[in-house]
Design a protein around this ligand. Structure first.
Ligand SMILES: [Zn+2]
Length: 693
């Protein structure tokens, strides 16, 4: 058959029926794809530190056909072969093993062996002047860009990867099911990780620490490693038939990551599982935009919206401990839970309860001494928003710090926060409890949760009058906490970070400014990331020294990471011209890394600049269809979360509602908008109920 121009509609190639015969058909095709920092299947990263260039692919879930013609559906697994012609001196990895290379002048051709059977979305390669470390208990190769090679904690990563691989092999009874496990730290990576066999990728930014990490950062890194290694079996080896079941691989990978860490006797993995997954999942499921875990998907272009919003599990019905009974059926019933009756100085009573309808009488509690408080989801067995009753809330507001069980205490803080978000507890009351208890909290994960909520309440929920009185108290508390040498590093560092982000009074701002001339802050070593956070804060509040500090810092930190942070700091500038220029670049500048945009969205949408950014809300909504087509899966949620999250009042709600009323928005986009709208609606409701405007 002579070559012909095939009909191509931008997504599908149509092969004329007359050219197809029964039995095997062979189609040869020539094709090309763009390479760019964003919007293409091959991501280009230019390292400004040493002017080197790096490439890697990222096709999940539905971009493989933008790289090569294919039957782009996960149940049609294939053995794929690949030759790469790259500049001599580059390193390249792919799913298959690399054969000896043939050099021809400045170009080297690397041939990779046929892959194991793979769905198209797991096909991957990376090429560039990467540094390679091979070692650890499993002799695993690790690639990282040259300018950051010295900063990688190679031993720690290699040990955790090997430990995860070994534990999963033992647990599943199936040896690692692919030719090789290789992994890399991808620069400007838009996800936390991606499980391509042979080319498993992790986010360089969160895997290399430019300053000593907190416990939460370490736990997050380990959880990501275990999640991606779990995927080698769940998702890679056993694959969903179609993209409507993406949730299966994500849910199981997150669940198995916690389970294996539990089997390895790592501390409190189920508490971390709760803290990392469930509040975020409840936040989505409590909204009008919530979706069933299983959704009908007509075609590939809808697959992106079916990816759970943060790449982790959203609905945990199936993966509950112990397995929840059903995925289908009517309503949430039955819900298996444990009711805790807690009385100070007495052993906690745990009552297993099955909730079968709107009202359940816990008869097994009858006759017992009245508890100080009741909590209806002890040990986090149920998937449910559990709010304490009034008497329990009153007791907890005074005594939550005296609850010794850390897992229970973590959940109780979550429950108090849920009460605030349900407008049943004044943010001021929550803050008074937080301000009283934080100095005594010794668990790093719980302390980080208190600090994050404290910051959110001050920033978004308080009335102006309350804020004026509480801000100086919060600043003082955080500064004292950061300086308190009785606390472990992580608790101090979290408070230092929050102090930098909240500093508003002249005294606090002057302190930030002075720290930039020092090597320490609140007695902690002051490293580059915190310096950039200070500069960003000074820019966002238009401090007198802001411009000078920003240009000084750009001269001081000339790495690619420094360029990124300078870009983020610039987005915080409270000036109309800056906002206009950033917004235009977000949508039109093809040289801008998608990850840089994501990282700057919060600075752009600082809630204290809501009047300045409100005009961009409608524009941000108008751009959603373009974003869905041209940006990767998690970008849309970050975009909506930032532009809507930067607002605090009813005017913004009206803009969203007008948009939804005026546009026949596809249901998947509409649901995403409703999910973010819910958070703003709560903010408006809380401020209205508690004297804010
Ligand atoms: Zn995953």
């Amino acid at each position: 058959v002579p070559p012909l121009e095939l009909e191509w509609n931008g997504a599908h190639v149509r092969i004329p029926a007359r050219m197809v015969r029964a039995g095997q058909n062979v189609i040869d095709a020539s094709f090309a794809t763009l390479i760019a920092p964003a919007g293409t299947p091959i991501i280009h990263f230019h390292d400004e530190t040493d002017a080197r260039d790096y490439l890697y692919t990222l096709l999940v879930p539905s971009d493989a056909h933008a790289l090569f013609p294919s039957f782009d559906q996960p149940d049609l697994k294939a053995r794929l072969t690949l030759d790469l012609g790259v500049p001599s001196g580059w390193t390249a990895i792919a799913n298959g093993r690399a054969s000896p290379t043939a050099a021809d002048g400045s170009t080297t051709t690397i041939r990779f062996s046929a892959t194991d059977p793979l769905p198209t979305y797991l096909f991957a390669f990376a090429a560039g002047p990467y540094a390679r470390f091979t070692g650890g208990p499993r002799s695993t190769p690790l690639l990282v860009r040259a300018s950051r090679a010295r900063e990688v904690e190679v031993d720690s990563l290699q040990n955790q990867v090997a430990s995860a691989l070994g534990s999963f092999e033992r647990y599943f009874g199936i040896p690692y099911p692919f030719q090789q496990f290789q992994y890399m730290l991808s620069p400007a990576f838009p996800f936390g990780g991606m499980e391509h066999p042979g080319v498993t990728m992790f986010n360089e930014e969160s895997f290399i620490y430019r300053e000593p990490p907190t416990l939460n950062q370490r736990l997050g890194r380990r959880a990501t490693i275990y999640h991606e290694v779990a995927h080698q079996w769940f998702g890679d080896y056993v694959t969903m038939r179609w993209f409507d079941d993406l949730w299966l691989k994500e849910g199981f990978a997150t669940y198995m990551a916690a389970k294996i860490q539990d089997l390895e006797h790592l501390p409190n993995p189920w508490m971390s599982f709760y803290l990392r997954n469930k509040p975020a999942a409840y936040d989505v499921d409590a909204t009008a935009g919530t979706t069933p875990i299983w959704q009908q998907l007509g075609n590939l272009d809808q697959a992106k919206s079916n990816y759970v919003a943060d790449g982790r599990v959203r609905r945990l019905l199936l993966v509950q401990r112990p397995a929840q009974p059903s995925l289908s059926g009517h309503g949430p019933w039955p819900i298996r839970t444990q009711v805790a009756l807690v009385r100070q100085g007495a052993p906690t009573t745990l009552l297993p309860v099955v909730l079968r309808s709107d009202t359940t009488i816990v008869t097994s509690a009858a006759g017992r001494p009245a508890p100080d408080f009741v909590f209806a989801n002890a040990n986090d067995y149920a998937y449910a928003l559990v709010l304490p009753d009034t008497a329990s809330t009153g007791w907890l507001a005074q005594h939550i710090g005296s609850v010794n069980d850390v897992f229970l205490r973590a959940m109780l803080w979550g429950a108090l926060w849920d009460l605030v978000r349900e407008t049943r507890l004044a943010p001021r009351t929550f803050l008074e409890t937080a301000i009283r208890e934080l100095p005594n909290e010794h668990d790093e994960q719980i302390a980080a949760g208190i600090i994050g909520r404290l910051r959110r309440a001050v920033e978004s929920y308080l009335s102006t009058a309350d804020r004026d009185t509480i801000l100086p108290v919060a600043e003082r508390l955080l500064l004292d906490g950061a300086s308190d040498q009785r606390h472990p590093y992580g608790i101090r560092k979290s408070q230092l970070d929050a102090f930098i982000e909240l500093a508003t009074t002249p005294k606090a701002v002057a302190r930030l400014d002075a720290w930039l001339d020092s090597t320490t802050a609140a007695g902690l070593p002051l490293r580059q990331p915190s310096r950039w956070s200070i500069v960003t804060r000074l820019v966002s509040i238009a401090a007198a020294s802001a411009d000078r500090r920003l240009s000084d810092e750009e001269r001081r930190d000339t790495t690619a990471g420094g360029k990124r942070r300078a870009f983020i700091a610039g987005a915080a500038r409270p000036e109309p011209a800056t906002k206009r220029s950033y917004f235009n670049r977000y949508l039109a500048d093809a040289s801008l890394n998608e990850e840089w945009v994501t990282a700057s969205l919060r600075a752009f949408n600082d809630p204290d600049q809501s009047a300045l950014t409100l005009p961009y809300l409608a524009l941000a909504l108008d751009s959603l269809p373009w974003i869905q087509r041209n940006r990767r899966i998690f970008f849309l949620g970050s975009w909506l979360g930032a532009f809507i999250g930067g607002q605090r009042d009813a005017a913004a709600l009206r803009i969203i509602d007008d948009y939804l009323a005026a546009h026949p928005t596809p249901i998947d986009l509409r649901q995403k908008v409703l999910q973010s709208r819910d958070d703003l609606e709560r903010t408006v409701r809380i401020r209205r109920a508690h004297g804010g405007t």
